[in-house]
Design a protein around this ligand. Sequence first.
Ligand SMILES: Cc1cc2nc3c(=O)[nH]c(=O)nc-3n(C[C@H](O)[C@H](O)[C@H](O)COP(=O)(O)OP(=O)(O)OC[C@H]3O[C@@H](n4cnc5c(N)ncnc54)[C@H](O)[C@@H]3O)c2cc1C
Length: 377
Amino acid sequence: MFSYWEQQSFTQYQHIIIGAGIVGLSVAIELRQRFPKDSILILERGMMSTGASSRNAGFACMGSVTELLADLKTMPEEDVLQLFARRKKGLEILRQRLGDDRIGYATNGSYELIDEANLPAIEKLQYLNQLLYPFCHSEAFRLANERIAGFGFDQDFTKALIENTCEGELHTGKMLRALSDLALDHNIEIKTNAAVSHFEETEKGVHVFVPDSLRNESWALHCDKLYICTNAFTKQLLPQENVVPGRGQVLLTKPIEQLPFKGIFHFDDGYYYFRVIDNRVLFGGGRNLDFSTEQTTEIALNRNIQEHLEQLLRNVILPRTPFEIEQQWAGIMAFGDSKTPIVKAFSPRIFGAFRMGGMGVALGSEVAEYLVRDIAL
Ligand SMILES: Cc1cc2nc3c(=O)[nH]c(=O)nc-3n(C[C@H](O)[C@H](O)[C@H](O)COP(=O)(O)OP(=O)(O)OC[C@H]3O[C@@H](n4cnc5c(N)ncnc54)[C@H](O)[C@@H]3O)c2cc1C
């Protein structure tokens, strides 16, 4: 039972976006730039974004050497290059939109640790540099073996080190806070604890249903256009879409005095990544150890993977430095049969942008711009 006032003032919108992650917020901001007077609502099922955008590692990444080479084995070269260019552009939009200070953006160096099995990748540096030159206008990758000893990594594991000149890092919390503050400043309404159960398209628009347990009934909101930005959770609303969830595990140490390295680091086709934040080491990955368990939308720790991360941290990354783990968490990414995100129109009124893989920090803003500028208008 809804009041007349509720129905008059809280149920009619021109644009409704589902999902308040990087993509949903960025879509809303893109819409506001084009439609200064339209009513725009974001519906988020959690108290805040509850998927990947507040739980990632904050790498502003384009792809490491082994990851790009792995992609080139499964995707056409043109698609790999296009994705690289889109991540680069997305990062530019994000930095320009929010400002480096506000998001803690920095370039403290980006490196990939190369183990014995991946040594052949070094032969491909020149090839990759040539491929990426049109986007980077300089050498994307160079060998930096002289830094291995100074960084203190285990040298039995780390046979080579590749420096990546295109990547940076940011503070994920500051970035998401700045993005939601910007949306609020732009008169975009955000409703949290609003999990959309389903939607129905009519001749005049789209009805979007949100169960409300306090009222024992569902809100039926109405919009002219609906944008689905639910990443790994998309199948609940669009069961036919090729989206597979992939959980990511992360741990964080207590502050460590005199850490011998700074910047962001990857290894093993991008399956592992670590960085320094506030004198702590943040280390994540290991999904490839247990793909089937991690193919879930449940936000929970995987003890085996967390233990493996701790071992690698002790043996490879900080072999001579004592540390304690302070925090562990997990977040949910979205994958599928291609790394290219899905950005499309389902009808003249219903659009989607999801399946952001493990690089949505950089890619998210470009995807939002593309959806609003090229697909939805
Ligand atoms: C552990 C981890 C580390 C990562 N590290 C990096 C990194 O270093 N660099 C990088 O570029 N990327 C990284 N990523 C990936 C990156 O975080 C994602 O690609 C990006 O955040 C995706 O943004 P999104 O808005 O598409 O999805 P999400 O942030 O998941 O947002 C989707 C939102 O939709 C909401 N939602 C879902 N269903 C509904 C519904 N029915 N009704 C209402 N709301 C709904 C969810 O609650 C969620 O808030 C990492 C991800 C994880 C998990």
